[in-house]
Design a protein around this ligand. Structure first.
Ligand SMILES: [Zn+2]
Ligand SMILES: [Zn+2]
Length: 400
């Protein structure tokens, strides 16, 4: 990042924190570790960690430093500012989930994500391979992008995890679940409930395993059904009900393929859990249904974020330095428009920027920008220009 770009971004981020920095405190701020990454002209910037901030110091700190990224610990510590993790004395941690376009099979990835081999300069579209196909270098660079499609899919997945797992299966109430747009590629779910604070890593892994259906044993849920006995019902709670509903859907599809419809009587008996009324499937078919059902209905969440009890996570309402968007609290992700609602910089001012990396098209607020190619000079509204600058595909030529 050139110095002109650093200065412009730092100034506008400072402007934001001066104006909106008050109230940017997580619950129990004084028990958290804070960390930040500054804007710099260097390629690799170190994170400053082990900071403590009282609730009323956060706004001033952010306005003074105007950092590129700000994080706080999901953990509560006795001495959060201690320079070593052992010295902090861990007291507990919120339960958090991270949903990101990276963890979903998003079809648009191959339209807007690129990778490059720094050794031989080979480039390609889509998710980066494990190694460079030309020279075998494992250290490939990735240039990810966002669009309405992937953000929409992640929003749906976030809502599904809350409504299919966290509320009905785990019993959390809506008012102890907070959702934030991460500022770029996804959403964070924070659970502020005293009962989960003390959970250790293993317990949190169990929760992730449950949601992602890892190690799900269909036999324990009555699949395949035992002849003459009562099998799973669609209305059963948890995975048992989910598997039953998948099996029912599968049965309907299969009958339809043969131009058949289940008779009322068969359907009623199956709805009562008497699966042996249907004689068409062997054990393998049932196993396939369980596998497909668990993959279809499982939640796609990033395991390390949930199981790490000392995780740093973006501070809600701070700015994401890889997009310039706000880490925005969200009531309903499916109603939220991240590319509009998390925009904080005015579109009435303009900045002249020069593109130096291929930039796929993106909608910001009500307009679509790009695609742009290296070398193009553009005058863009500030909010859009900051997106390109933060994504490191452009530098400032001149502007506000
Ligand atoms: Zn290579
Ligand atoms: Zn996309």
């Amino acid at each position: 990042m050139e110095i002109k770009t650093v200065n412009l971004l730092r100034e506008w981020f400072r402007h934001y924190y001066n104006r909106y920095g008050e109230g940017l405190a997580p619950p129990n701020a004084e028990m958290r570790e804070f960390a930040h990454i500054p804007f710099t002209t260097e390629d690799h910037t170190l994170m400053s960690r082990h900071q403590t901030l009282k609730k009323d110091e956060i706004a001033r700190f952010l306005a003074e430093k105007s950092p590129r990224h700000v994080y706080y610990s999901t953990a509560y510590y006795k001495t959060p500012g201690a320079p070593t993790m052992e010295g902090k004395t861990w007291l507990g941690a919120d339960l958090t989930f991270d949903l990101d376009a990276d963890h979903l099979e998003v079809p648009c990835k191959k339209e807007h994500d690129r990778w490059r081999c720094p050794k031989c300069n080979k480039t390609g579209w889509g998710k980066k391979p494990g190694r460079c196909p030309t020279c075998g270098n494992p250290g490939l660079e990735e240039n990810t992008w966002i669009c309405d499609k992937c953000l929409g899919l992640v929003a749906n997945e976030t809502t599904r995890i809350i409504e299919e797992f966290l509320i009905p299966d785990f019993g959390f109430s809506k008012n102890e679940i907070a959702v934030n747009f991460s500022g770029r590629r996804g959403y964070h779910i924070h659970i502020y409930n005293k009962a989960v604070r003390q959970l250790d890593q293993r317990a949190r892994r169990e929760i992730v395993d449950y949601i992602t259906a890892r190690g799900l044993e269909p036999k324990l849920h009555g699949i395949p059904p035992i002849p003459g006995s009562h099998g799973p019902l669609e209305t059963d709670p948890g995975w048992r009900g989910r598997l039953a509903s998948c099996a029912k859907g599968e049965l309907e599809k299969e009958l339809a393929r043969h131009g058949l419809k289940p008779s009322d009587d068969l359907w009623r008996r199956i709805s009562e859990g008497y699966w042996d009324q249907f004689k068409g499937w062997g054990e393998k078919k049932w196993r396939d249904i369980a596998v497909r059902g668990s993959s279809l209905r499982s939640g796609k969440t990033d395991e390390p974020v949930t199981t790490d009890i000392k995780r740093l996570i973006r501070l809600p309402n701070s700015l994401h330095g890889g997009s310039g968007f706000k880490v925005c609290p969200v009531r309903d992700p499916t109603e939220f428009d991240p590319l509009k609602d998390s925009l904080v910089f005015p579109m009435s001012k303009t900045v002249e920027i020069k593109i130096f990396e291929h930039a796929p098209p993106i909608r910001i607020a009500d307009d679509t920008y790009g695609p742009y190619s290296p070398g193009e000079e553009l005058e863009l509204p500030l909010g859009a220009a900051i997106f390109y600058l933060c994504n490191e595909v452009a530098e400032v030529v001149s502007g506000v």
